[in-house]
Ligand binder design. Structure first.
Ligand SMILES: Cc1cc2nc3c(=O)[nH]c(=O)nc-3n(C[C@H](O)[C@H](O)[C@H](O)COP(=O)(O)OP(=O)(O)OC[C@H]3O[C@@H](n4cnc5c(N)ncnc54)[C@H](O)[C@@H]3O)c2cc1C
Length: 292
């Protein structure tokens, strides 16, 4: 049997989040299989776990993370049909993009929007990620995973509740697999829809920068966070390199490698200025993780 090198000390978190911030994680577990994960969870004190996906929605703090960080290895990647061919059964660490291209190749519609969102499938489920009127809630059939006591649980769609960038999946749960519904279409239709989404996304949002995507949630369908940020003059703030993108001011642009503390300052100042100007309290979409 091969030896699993799965407990890592002092992982540089900068390399594990898209925005490129953070200190060291002192206690990292890389799960290589469901059994491996289950055994680990059964043997640990359940406090202070954080499950990391691809880190595209995370801002890690400068002081690092001294809790227990769990990550699924690439062995949790893979996309297959269920035996009755009614569903797609996907490893939680598969990328959204992979699934959208698998769907395209197999003439399946509903997954086109995944071509525009970074990260893995589990991160997308937890965030109920979406764009252009599409979101994960519309395509999921079932979630499979382990609670922090190490026991397997299947959550069917009728037990799941989804809101804007939010689900009722318990915080103490590691998603390992997701089953998606299948709706057939034609290759040309799927390709056309996907190309449209990719074009829209490229036109409106910055690409190839260090960011965590939308920093704040939109307060409502009609009131957009970027409009409030711009209206309150926060699009021009800069704290030692911590600033918003010129292309979309709800995205932080960390090309100047700002420290997290300065990005947190940018965030808190923006909340304050928007509150003063509009009496609206912006709420974070990104998750700020790490020791204070
Ligand atoms: C350039 C850019 C564009 C973006 N565009 C969009 C967009 O259009 N729409 C949108 O909704 N978001 C967008 N985002 C935000 C982000 O990509 C999504 O929220 C994405 O779904 C996060 O996936 P991830 O794998 O990176 O998860 P992470 O950021 O690593 O984690 C997100 C959450 O999921 C949890 N999680 C991850 N894996 C597991 C698991 N296996 N089990 C349990 N919990 C888990 C984490 O604990 C955390 O709470 C964008 C981000 C960037 C950088």
């Amino acid at each position: 049997m091969y030896q699993q090198v799965s407990n890592i000390k002092n992982l540089d978190l900068k390399k594990y989040c898209w925005i490129g911030t953070g200190g060291l994680a002192s206690n990292v577990f890389i799960a290589e299989s469901e059994l491996h994960l289950s055994n680990y969870l059964k043997n640990k004190n359940k406090k202070n776990f954080f499950v990391l996906g691809s880190g595209s929605n995370i801002l890690f703090r400068d002081k690092g993370f001294s809790g227990k960080l769990i990550k699924l290895s690439s062995k949790f990647r893979g996309i297959n049909y269920s035996s009755d061919k009614k569903y797609l059964v996907c490893g939680a660490a598969s990328l959204k993009k992979e699934l959208s291209y698998f769907a395209l190749k197999n003439n399946i519609t509903g997954f086109e929007f995944l071509s525009c969102i970074p990260g893995n499938l589990a991160g997308g489920v937890i965030m109920n990620a979406g764009c252009f009127e599409h979101e994960f809630s519309q395509i999921i059939h079932e979630i499979i995973g382990y609670n922090f006591n190490g026991f397997k649980k299947i959550i069917p769609i009728n037990k799941l509740k989804f809101k804007y960038r939010k689900t009722n999946i318990p915080k103490n749960f590691v998603i390992t697999q997701i089953k998606f519904k299948i709706k057939k279409s034609s290759y040309d239709n799927v390709k056309h829809k996907m190309n449209n989404f990719i074009k829209k996304k490229t036109n409106s949002q910055p690409e190839k920068i260090k960011t965590s995507g939308s920093t704040f949630l939109n307060p409502s369908n009609k009131v957009k966070a970027w409009e409030l940020i711009k209206g309150a003059g926060c699009d021009k703030l800069n704290f030692n390199g911590a600033k918003f993108s010129d292309k979309h001011c709800n995205f932080i642009d960390n090309s100047l490698n700002a420290e997290s503390k300065n990005i947190e300052k940018l965030i808190s100042q923006t909340i304050e200025k928007v509150k003063i100007k509009y009496n609206i309290k912006l709420r974070l979409e990104i998750k700020v993780i790490g020791d204070k």
